[in-house]
Design a binder for this molecule. Structure first.
Ligand code: SF4
Length: 112
């Protein structure tokens, strides 16, 4: 095989690689969301509870029972769903009835 033919063969072979890699990347489905457990080290530090009524009032005196993940500005779940992704926990699923110490009330205009 002469040098020119070898060069063209390699060029064609390598030119298709990015397309092949891209198609494989898009073909993969994202991993299923992970549920946040209260035992998670970050959840422990932030005082996450799956049930806002179970929050330790002595430890978190500013907590109010009406503060729930589904009315927190950092909650990304859809209305009516039992759980949804939470930004501070890297998109892990928190319960709609949960709470943690970085709770921030969702602005009225954002509520569904
Ligand atoms: S940041 Fe908001 S949505 Fe996330 S766990 Fe804390 S209270 Fe729930």
């Amino acid at each position: 095989m002469n040098t020119r033919r070898r060069f063209l063969t390699r060029l064609v072979a390598t030119a298709g690689m990015p397309a092949l890699l891209c198609s494989r990347a898009f073909a993969q489905t994202p991993p299923p969301p992970v549920k946040l457990e209260e035992s998670d080290p970050v959840a422990t530090v932030l005082g996450y509870k799956k049930d806002t009524t179970k929050v330790d009032a002595a430890k978190y005196p500013l907590h109010k029972p009406e503060q729930r993940c589904d009315n927190c500005a950092l909650y990304q779940g859809k209305p009516g769903e039992a759980s949804g992704p939470c930004i501070p926990f890297g998109g892990k699923l928190v319960t709609a009835t949960g709470w943690c110490s970085v709770y921030a009330k969702k602005p009225e205009s954002v509520k569904p």
